[in-house]
Write a protein that binds this ligand. Structure first.
Ligand code: AMP
Ligand code: MG
Length: 350
C-alpha cells in the first residue's frame, strides 16, 4: 500500500496550484503515478515514454496488459514525435482538438510496447481540461492515462470515485472538479482515407461525418453488438466487461410506455433498482430510482451515467437494475454503448 497524496486543485491558475502541478509533473517524470481530471473522466497517468511506468499503471488498475493505454499530449505539434501522422489526422485534430477524440495511428519506436499492449499502433489525444493540459505541458512528456478506476468498475467522474478506487495505489491524486462530459473519449482508427469508430463518445458519429462525409466513417460492430468466441476486436479494451456495477443491469427495449409499465410491474420487488429518464422518476419507488436526465438531454445522461451506476453500488440490497435502451443517435450512441456494456448486452424486448 502506497501513501497517496490527495491534492485539491481547480483551475491551474493560482501560484499555489501551479506549484502543485510542478510537483505532480516531477512525479510523472520520475516514473510515478498521478491521477488527474480531464473533461471526459479522471485519468491515471504515468510517463508514456517509460515502459516501467506503464507497467505500474496496469498494476494499480488491475488492468489486463493487452488492453492498450491512450497517450495524452499538450499540443498538436507533439503528435509527430510519437506517431506517423497523415492528412486525415490533421483534418480531425484541427476540427476536434483539444477535446474528447482519441486517434489510433502507427506508433513511433519511442513509445514502449507495454504502453500499446504490444500493438504497432498508439492511441493519442489532446485533452481540453486546463489542469490536464498544464500537467502534461509541465511534465514535457506524453502522459499515458487510462480511466482512473479499478479495472471493471465504472469510470470515475468525481474525485470521490477516484479516492474510493485508487487511494493507496498511486502517488498523487489531483482532486479537481467533476468531469464535464462524464464518458470516456471517442476512439477512432485513422486510415489513409477513412476512419473507423471503435468507441463512441462526445465527438459523435454525426460530428465525424460532418467533417469527413458519410462514405469516410464506419462504425465497428463492437460498438453495438456483443462479441463472443474467436472475434478479435480492433480495440482490445472493447472486449472486456466494463462499467459494471455490482447489481445486474437489464436494458428494456420497446415502446416507451410499455417499458415503463414493465418496470412498474417489478417495482414492489425490494431488490430492483431503476435507472430512468427524469420524466419517469416520480412513477417508481423513490429510494430505488435514479434519474439519468431528461429524455431529450443526452448530454446530461452522459454526465450522470457512471455516477448513477456507482450510486447503485451503495445500495447492496439492489440485485437488478432496469434501464430503458437509449436511442443510438448523436451522443445517445455513447450512452447506449456504455449501458449495453454494463448490461453485458443483455437487452429484453417489452
Ligand atoms: P481507457 O484507457 O479505459 O480509456 O481505454 C482506452 C481504450 O482505447 C481501450 O478500449 C483500448 O482498447 C483502446 N485503445 C488504446 N490504444 C489502442 C490501440 N493502439 N489500438 C486499438 N485500440 C486502442
Ligand atoms: Mg477505462
Amino acid at each position: 500500500m502506497k501513501s497517496t497524496e490527495i491534492l485539491p486543485i481547480h483551475s491551474a491558475q493560482t501560484d499555489g496550484e501551479q506549484a502543485l502541478l510542478a510537483r505532480a509533473a516531477d512525479c510523472i517524470r520520475a516514473g510515478g503515478l498521478v491521477v488527474f481530471p480531464t473533461e471526459t473522466v479522471y485519468g491515471l497517468g504515468g510517463n508514456a515514454l517509460d515502459g516501467e511506468a506503464a507497467k505500474k499503471i496496469y498494476e494499480a488498475k488491475g488492468r489486463p496488459s493487452d488492453n492498450p493505454l491512450i497517450i495524452h499530449i499538450a499540443d498538436i505539434d507533439w503528435a509527430e514525435s510519437y506517431c506517423h501522422t497523415n492528412a486525415l489526422f490533421y483534418t480531425l485534430a484541427c476540427a476536434f482538438w483539444p477535446g474528447p477524440l482519441t486517434m489510433i495511428m502507427k506508433k513511433r519506436d519511442c513509445i514502449p510496447a507495454s504502453v500499446t499492449g504490444g500493438l504497432d499502433t498508439v492511441a493519442i489525444r489532446l485533452p481540453s481540461d486546463p489542469v490536464a493540459n498544464a500537467l502534461i505541458r509541465m511534465a514535457g512528456v506524453p502522459i499515458a492515462a487510462p480511466s482512473a478506476n479499478l479495472s471493471g468498475h465504472p469510470s470515475p467522474t468525481t474525485k470521490e470515485h477516484v479516492i474510493r478506487d485508487l487511494d493507496g495505489r498511486v502517488d498523487m491524486i489531483l482532486a479537481g472538479n467533476p468531469s464535464e462530459i462524464g464518458l470516456e473519449s471517442t476512439v477512432i482508427a485513422v486510415e489513409e482515407e477513412r476512419v473507423i469508430l471503435l468507441r463512441p463518445g462526445a465527438v459523435t458519429y454525426e460530428d465525424l461525418v460532418s467533417v469527413l462525409g458519410e462514405g469516410c466513417v464506419s462504425i465497428d460492430r463492437i460498438v453495438t453488438d456483443k462479441v463472443t468466441g474467436e472475434f478479435i476486436p480492433r480495440s482490445p479494451g472493447m472486449k472486456y466487461r466494463h462499467y459494471a456495477p455490482n447489481a445486474e443491469v437489464l436494458l428494456l427495449h420497446g415502446d416507451e410506455e410499455r417499458v415503463l409499465s414493465y418496470m412498474q410491474t417489478h417495482a414492489s420487488d425490494p431488490h430492483t433498482g431503476f435507472l430512468v429518464y427524469e420524466e419517469d422518476v416520480s412513477t417508481l419507488p423513490p429510494q430505488r430510482t435514479l434519474s439519468m436526465g431528461r429524455k431529450d438531454d443526452p448530454v446530461m445522461q452522459a454526465h450522470r451515467l457512471f455516477a448513477c451506476l456507482r450510486a447503485f453500488d451503495e445500495m447492496p440490497e439492489i440485485k437488478t437494475i432496469y434501464a430503458p435502451t437509449p436511442k443510438k443517435e448523436g451522443l445517445g450512441l455513447a450512452v447506449y454503448n456504455r449501458l449495453a456494456k454494463a448490461a453485458g448486452f443483455s437487452i429484453q424486448s417489452c
